[in-house]
Structures are given as structure tokens and as C-alpha cells.
Design a protein around this ligand. Structure first.
Ligand code: ZN
Length: 86
């Protein structure tokens, strides 16, 4: 199976794209948060387009925290944005 063809939806703008076009954020049962986790890290995940607008929108009204069921973290948005610079 070609993993790159797996389609996911952006949690901010609802666009459908293949998985490798997104920033993936996963929270496991121990509430550990990983940005762009490897395939061995399981949990509740959110996919966001690799652009500033979608990152900004997913943080509006704390949407991302509700989706991932985690506490707000002031550094979180910055950490996700850092993925764009890679
Ligand atoms: Zn998007």
C-alpha cells in the first residue's frame, strides 16, 4: 500500500489532500504531544495544511485544544509554525 495516497482533511479549512501535505499533530493517551510524529506514535491526531493561515485558524477560539483535548500551551502555535521553516 502506498502510504502517500492516504487522504486526510485539514482541521482548519477542510480541504482534502494526501497525508504528506499536512502537518500532523498527535496526542497519545499519556497526553504527550508530538508534531509530525513517526508511524509508531498513536493517539488523537489533527491535520493542518502547511500554511500560516490554517495554523492561525486552528488556534482561533482554542479550536485545536478542543480537538486534541489538551490544555492550552502558549508555545504550541510557535512549535507548529516551526515545521514550516524546515
Ligand atoms: Zn487547511
Amino acid at each position: 500500500m502506498d502510504e502517500k495516497k492516504i487522504i486526510r482533511k485539514c482541521a482548519a479549512c477542510n480541504v482534502l489532500k494526501s497525508r504528506d501535505n499536512f502537518i500532523k499533530i498527535t496526542v497519545n493517551k499519556a497526553k504527550e504531544i508530538k508534531i509530525m510524529p513517526d508511524s509508531k506514535f498513536f493517539g488523537r491526531s489533527v491535520y493542518i495544511c502547511k500554511n500560516n493561515d490554517c495554523i492561525k485558524n486552528i488556534f482561533k477560539k482554542g479550536r485545536i485544544y478542543k480537538i486534541l483535548r489538551i490544555k492550552p500551551d502558549t508555545m504550541f502555535e510557535e512549535k507548529i509554525r516551526a515545521v514550516l521553516e524546515k
